[in-house]
Design a protein around this ligand. Structure first.
Ligand code: ATP
Ligand code: MG
Length: 303
């Protein structure tokens, strides 16, 4: 079925906005090459960007309907970021046109005692999207190479046998994750990963805003300040993680996040471009089924 919204011009625009931030091969990736304040050349046209996001939300809605109807591909979108980078707002805005029935969001927090008694992917498997659905991970198994790396005491809590807790454990986890994502892709689950890249200065500004605005107090946690103290260590862990786990089939998007309107636009464009690449279509109705529809129509009309 032809669509007015999803035309070649709109798709080219999505590619132009998202491709500069896509990392499909990590070898040469350096975090310092992505400016958290970047906006391509769109800074002068915020109104145009807002209209583009609205159009993007509608395009996504249309693509999701096909994904759901076809019930074959599944989609996993995962988001990682430092606190206050805007994960929640991005998910809310970009997915605002999507039918909630075809979408599920999972927020990964510190693992429970039961979860710690299993391998780290155990809890993830239970939250994977079904075919035809979009699963969103707000944080993910990548925390196993981020917060757990920055705070080695968290690794102690995992009660790993000493012989598997080696200095090579992070490389080991990168390899496991690459294989896990390759496995998901090979089974018809599209994996797209987003790192909302915020600057330390903008994080400070957003924390102060939360502290100064009573309506935002609930968003603030003293733990956020403690994590901020480990900023450089986190950035190093993020860079290594992206270098080791960016692949053609499960690329990272390193999205400038200092301007919320821009990060939302990039994420929407990346998701649209990726979904369109699946060549989704409504299921074909067989001749026999068409005949059955004609009979049903006649029966109803004869009532
Ligand atoms: P928000 O603050 O916007 O509500 P959030 O994602 O920061 O969202 P929090 O409840 O503040 O949610 O934090 C969740 C915490 O759980 C984070 O500090 C994160 O690092 C931690 N976490 C997630 N996965 C793991 C893990 N596998 N091991 C240890 N800690 C984890
Ligand atoms: Mg938090």
């Amino acid at each position: 079925m032809a669509s007015d919204l999803i035309n070649s011009e709109a798709l080219e625009r999505c590619e132009a906005i998202s491709a500069p931030f896509r990392v499909s091969c990590g070898e040469t990736f350096r975090l310092k090459d992505v400016d958290p304040g970047g906006t391509l050349d769109l800074a002068g046209d915020k109104r145009g960007a807002k209209a583009a996001l609205e159009q993007g939300v509608q395009m996504l809605s249309e693509l999701q309907q096909k994904l759901y109807a076809q019930n074959s591909w599944g989609v996993l979108l995962l988001f990682q970021a430092m606190d206050a980078a805007g994960k929640d707002g991005t998910i809310k805005h970009v997915m605002s046109g999507v039918n909630p029935q075809g979408c599920q969001v999972t927020s990964f927090k510190a693992p429970s005692a039961v979860e710690l008694d299993h391998d780290y992917l155990w809890r993830v498997n239970q939250c994977l999207p079904e075919r035809g659905r979009i699963g969103i991970f707000n944080r993910s198994y990548y925390e196993e190479t981020l917060v757990v790396r920055v705070h080695p005491e968290l690794l102690d809590r995992q009660s790993l046998p000493p012989s598997v807790r080696t200095p090579g454990i992070w490389q080991q986890r990168f390899e496991e994750i690459r294989h896990y994502e390759a496995y998901l892709s090979a089974n018809g689950f599209l994996v797209r990963k987003f790192f909302l890249h915020l600057s330390k200065a903008e994080q400070k500004r957003r924390f102060l805003e939360r502290l100064n605005n009573p309506r935002k107090h609930w968003k603030f946690s003293a733990a956020d300040i403690r994590e901020r103290a480990h900023w450089d260590h986190y950035m190093q862990a993020y860079e290594e993680m992206i270098r080791a786990t960016a692949t053609e089939q499960a690329p990272w998007y390193v999205v400038p996040a200092d301007r919320k309107w821009f990060s939302r636009l990039v994420v929407a464009a990346a998701v649209i471009h990726s979904l369109h690449g699946l060549d989704l279509h409504y299921p074909q109705i067989s001749d026999e089924a068409l005949r059955a529809l004609a009979v049903a129509r006649e029966q109803l009309q004869a009532e």
